[in-house]
Design a binder for this molecule. Structure first.
Ligand SMILES: O=C(O)CCC(=O)C(=O)O
Ligand SMILES: [Fe+2]
Length: 286
């Protein structure tokens, strides 16, 4: 079921009702095909991050990514701000509600496998994700005749725990950096792409590396994705290696940091390209 567990993994047959997936894909495609005025009914406002717009700039550049995006807080349910949930197409809200629940439950199942792989109790990892935020990013990358001159999304790592990415069509575009080179991620039919975020890298004490990735637009075809970010932190809102991993004399490889500081560091990295995780790393000689 889990293939290519190197930088990113692909999941097939992951046990989510196909109708939920299909409705999410369909309503997303319908939303993006609406005229701009309709999409702007849920436009980002007043420096907030939720809503529809052009959210990302390449670090150090004033160029916007070749993409439009709708960002929503999706879990816990009380954190939802329905003003930003499109009422058009009419089935979108229901589709996102069900999809969000399914992804939260899939995440719990995945964490069970990851905990076993790390050699910690499932509750240790589940506890770090329980009740934390889930944020959805719905992306549309229009075709670009000169794809080499723009980026669909600039290189970055995800600043949360785990990312689940649903390609809504089969247009390629996602790439992952490994040893300085970019490799395309070609989703298998029906697959979800799972990406380790910066927080999980720290929780796992570096056992899982968060993968730097970017999106390249396609010359002729648009591309649409639905991405869900699952957040995590230890008790007290601290991001640090799981205590269970440090038993038996294992040294922490990252210094603990408050979740809020972590977000700020990640945002600085996105805006200015200053690597944040590196600043948390404890060198083995110290
Ligand atoms: O749409 C994609 O393929 C990637 C999106 C992404 O990396 C993100 O939302 O963080
Ligand atoms: Fe990402």
């Amino acid at each position: 079921m889990i293939g290519e567990w190197l930088w990113v993994a692909q999941l097939t047959n992951y046990g989510v009702d196909e109708a939920v997936i299909q409705q999410m894909k369909d309503t997303t495609a319908q939303f993006f095909s609406l005229p701009l005025e309709s999409k702007n009914a849920v436009a980002v406002r007043g420096g907030g991050f939720e809503g529809f717009g052009h959210h990302f700039n390449a670090p150090g550049s004033d160029k916007l990514d070749w993409a439009e995006c709708l960002l929503l807080e999706t879990q816990p349910v009380q954190a939802r701000n329905m003003e930003f949930w499109p009422a058009n197409p009419p089935a979108f809200r229901h589709a996102m509600d069900r999809y969000s629940e399914e992804m939260a439950s899939l995440t719990r199942r995945l964490l069970g496998f990851l905990a076993a792989d790390l050699g910690v109790a499932a509750e240790a990892l589940l506890g770090a994700f329980a009740g934390k935020r889930q944020t959805a990013g719905v992306h549309r990358y229009p075709p670009c005749r000169r794809p080499e001159q723009v980026l669909g999304m600039a290189p970055h790592t995800d600043g949360f725990g785990l990312t689940l990415l649903l390609p809504a069509d089969d247009t390629p575009g996602l790439q992952v950096r490994r040893r300085g080179r970019w490799f395309p991620v070609r989703p298998l039919p029906g697959a979800l792409v799972v990406n380790v975020g910066d927080v999980l890298e720290v929780l796992s004490n570096g056992a899982y590396g968060s993968a730097e990735h970017r999106v390249i637009p396609h010359a002729e075809r648009g591309r649409t994705t639905v991405v869900v970010f699952q957040d995590a932190a230890l008790d007290g809102g601290v991001v640090a290696p799981l205590p269970e991993l440090l038993r038996g004399g294992h040294e922490p490889r990252y210094r603990p940091v408050d979740r809020l500081e972590f977000s700020k560091g990640h945002l600085r990295e996105l805006a200015q390209g200053t690597p944040f995780l590196d600043s948390l790393k404890i060198s083995s000689s110290s």
